[in-house]
Write a protein of this length. Structure first.
Length: 256
């Protein structure tokens, strides 16, 4: 009998390592199942939070557009394209190093010029707004104004936008020659900083008109005998349709 008990005890002792892993595996499976259930609950709670946020956003009233607010802007004595007595005025605040300004010049301005400026409906005014982090833009603005002294403002304007990645002082001197300016006269103008104060004035007027980035446009009814307009502000290199909508609304209004 003792031998039998010893045999059974020895058998159980030898089988214990085989029995233990089974229980361990079952325990691990239970833990994993509990974690999965917990994750599912977390996902359900998260979905509820997302649905709640969506409902709040749907119910919230739309905020008025900041880009179409009424602002007052000065024309000053800056370069103009179009008829002086055109019923609508567009004032652009721009930066020769700004890629979005270049995109507007290339993609949108030609359509505005064809449909509205060339037909006498819009007067377009260009004002300088060189951004602080565009270190070459101020001198580029001065270069355009120096060219304007000799009746070549728009030729230099176009040359600068065609070469936005090459606006060093040496580049500006070369462009002056290419558009037919006298090199000595141009160099004297740009080296003296003759138009630096004019660029600063444009910046100050832009800030008064709540301009903070380029390109920015103020579009409004022309005011006879006045050097300023009250108009809608559009920001960025928007498509032609954005400008067309505002211009057409203004043209449809009774004359003031």
């Amino acid at each position: 009998m003792k031998k039998w008990f010893l045999f059974v005890g020895l058998f159980l002792f030898l089988m214990l390592p085989l029995i233990h892993p089974v229980h361990a595996a079952e325990t691990t499976q239970i833990i994993v199942e509990d974690e999965i259930k917990s994750l599912k609950k977390d996902m359900q709670d998260l979905k509820k939070e997302v649905d709640t946020l969506k409902a709040k956003n749907t119910a919230a009233p739309a905020q008025p557009s900041q880009e179409l607010q009424d602002v007052t802007a000065s024309i000053d004595d800056d370069p103009i394209k179009g008829r002086a007595d055109a019923p609508v005025t567009i004032i652009e605040f721009s930066d020769y190093q700004c890629p979005f300004c270049g995109r507007f010049v290339k993609n949108t301005f030609p359509e505005i010029a064809e449909k509205y400026i060339d037909t006498g409906k819009v007067k377009y005014v260009f004002r300088d707004y060189p951004l602080e982090f565009h270190k070459l833009a101020p001198k580029a603005s001065e270069a355009a104004n120096c060219a304007g002294d000799k009746g070549k403002y728009w030729e230099m304007h176009d040359k600068l936008f065609d070469n936005q990645n090459a606006l060093t002082l040496d580049n500006l001197r070369q462009y002056a020659i290419e558009i037919g300016l006298d090199a000595a006269s141009f160099n004297t103008c740009i080296d003296s900083g003759k138009h630096a104060a004019e660029i600063t004035k444009d910046l100050e007027d832009g800030k008064k008109a709540m301009v903070s980035g380029t390109p920015s446009f103020i579009i409004g009814k022309s005011q006879s005998g006045k050097k300023e307009i009250v108009g809608k502000k559009i920001v960025g290199a928007r498509p032609f349709s954005s400008f067309e909508q505002v211009i057409e609304q203004l043209l449809a209004e009774p004359g003031k």
